[in-house]
Design a binder for this molecule. Structure first.
Ligand SMILES: CC(C)(COP(=O)(O)OP(=O)(O)OC[C@H]1O[C@@H](n2cnc3c(N)ncnc32)[C@H](O)[C@@H]1OP(=O)(O)O)[C@@H](O)C(=O)NCCC(=O)NCCS
Ligand SMILES: [Zn+2]
Length: 272
C-alpha cells in the first residue's frame, strides 16, 4: 500500500539528504585541451610572422559538445555527434536487429514508430543501447548509469522508440524498493516518509527533433506494462532519479501528485 503524500506535512519539509536541486542541462564536454597562445613565453629576437589566434572552443547549445570550430576535423566530429543527438542513432540498413517489439505507435504528426525492448541476450542490441545512453549521459552531464539491465532483465530494462531505422528515444530502468516524495518546485524531500517503489527511471531521453510528441510518455507506459512479467505497475510505483528540468516536467505530467498544501510532489529515489 502506498503512503499517501496528502497525509504528509510539506510545510514542515526539511532536507534529509541535503538540498536536492533539479540538475540543469549540461556543462560542456571536454574534447580538447584549451591552448592559450598568449600565456606562452616567446623566444627573444624573433619576429612575429602572423597573428596567432587563441583557439577558443565552441559549445553547441543543443548537444553540449565542445569543439574547435576552426578545425575541420573537430567540426566534422561535432557534426556527426550532433546529428545523432538531435535526430537519433542509426540502427543500420535494417531494423532486424531489434526484434523484441512492444507496440507500434503513430505520433500525432502521423509518423509511424514503435517501442522495442532491448534483448539482454543480444550483444548488438546492448551495444546500440549503451552507445545511446553514453550520448545521453554526455548531454545531461550525468555520471555513468546503472547497466544491470545488460546482464539480467530482472534487474532493469531498456526500452527504445524507433522511427524508420533510427532509435530516437530511450528509457533505462532499474529495480528498486523505495523512494521519497520530492517537492517539485524546491527539490526538497518530504521528511519521515518512505514510499514503496518497484521501478526507477534511470535515464530517459528523446532526440530533440521528436520532443513534445508524446514519446516520453509512451516509453513510460511501456515501463508500466512490461517491467515485471504479468504485472502492470501503477504510476506511483515508478520513481525518478535526479530529474532534470525537462525530466521534472515529464514526471509532473506522468505521476505528479498534488499535496493538500497545493504543492506538487514527484516520487524520486537515489540511484545506486
Ligand atoms: C524529458 C524528455 C524525455 C521528454 O520527452 P518528450 O517525448 O518530449 O515528452 P512528451 O512529449 O511525452 O511529454 C509529455 C508531457 O510532459 C510534459 N513535458 C515534457 N517536456 C516538457 C517541456 N520541455 N516543457 C514543458 N512540459 C513538458 C508536458 O506536460 C507534455 O505534454 P504536452 O506536450 O501535451 O504538453 C525530453 O525533453 C528529453 O529527452 N530531455 C532531455 C533529457 C532529459 O532531461 N531527461 C530526463 C532526465 S530525468
Ligand atoms: Zn551540437
Amino acid at each position: 500500500m502506498l503512503s499517501s503524500p496528502l497525509e504528509s506535512d510539506v510545510s514542515d519539509t526539511r532536507l534529509l539528504i541535503g538540498k536536492r536541486k533539479m540538475s540543469s542541462q549540461g556543462s560542456p564536454l571536454s574534447c580538447a585541451e584549451d591552448i592559450d597562445a598568449h600565456t606562452r613565453k616567446r623566444p627573444r629576437n624573433l619576429k612575429q610572422a602572423h597573428f596567432s589566434t587563441p583557439m577558443k572552443r565552441t559549445v553547441c547549445s543543443e548537444c553540449q559538445m565542445s569543439y574547435m570550430q576552426h578545425m575541420k576535423s573537430d567540426r566534422q566530429l561535432h557534426d556527426k555527434y550532433h546529428r545523432r543527438a538531435i535526430e537519433g542513432i542509426e540502427l543500420g540498413p535494417t531494423n532486424s536487429l531489434l526484434c523484441n517489439l512492444i507496440e507500434r505507435h503513430q505520433l500525432k504528426s502521423g509518423v509511424d514508430g514503435k517501442i522495442v525492448e532491448v534483448n539482454s541476450e543480444s550483444s548488438k542490441e546492448i551495444s546500440v543501447a549503451e552507445e545511446f545512453l553514453d550520448i545521453v549521459n554526455n548531454i545531461l552531464s550525468a555520471p555513468q548509469d546503472n547497466r544491470d539491465w545488460s546482464s539480467d532483465p530482472n534487474r532493469g530494462k531498456v526500452f527504445m522508440f524507433v522511427i524508420r531505422n533510427k532509435a530516437v528515444g530511450i528509457c533505462s530502468t532499474e529495480r528498486i524498493k523505495e523512494g521519497k516524495w520530492m517537492v517539485y518546485d524546491t527539490g526538497e524531500l518530504v521528511p519521515k516518509q518512505k514510499i514503496p517503489l518497484a521501478i526507477g527511471i534511470s535515464r530517459i531521453y528523446v532526440s530533440h527533433k521528436y520532443r513534445r510528441m508524446g514519446i516520453g510518455l509512451r516509453l513510460l507506459f511501456a515501463v508500466q506494462q512490461h517491467s515485471i512479467y504479468g504485472l502492470t505497475l501503477t504510476k506511483y510505483q515508478i520513481g525518478w532519479s535526479q530529474p532534470s528540468e525537462f525530466g521534472g516536467k515529464l514526471a509532473l505530467s506522468f505521476n505528479g501528485v498534488k499535496h493538500k498544501s497545493g504543492k506538487m510532489l514527484i516520487p524520486i529515489y537515489e540511484e545506486r
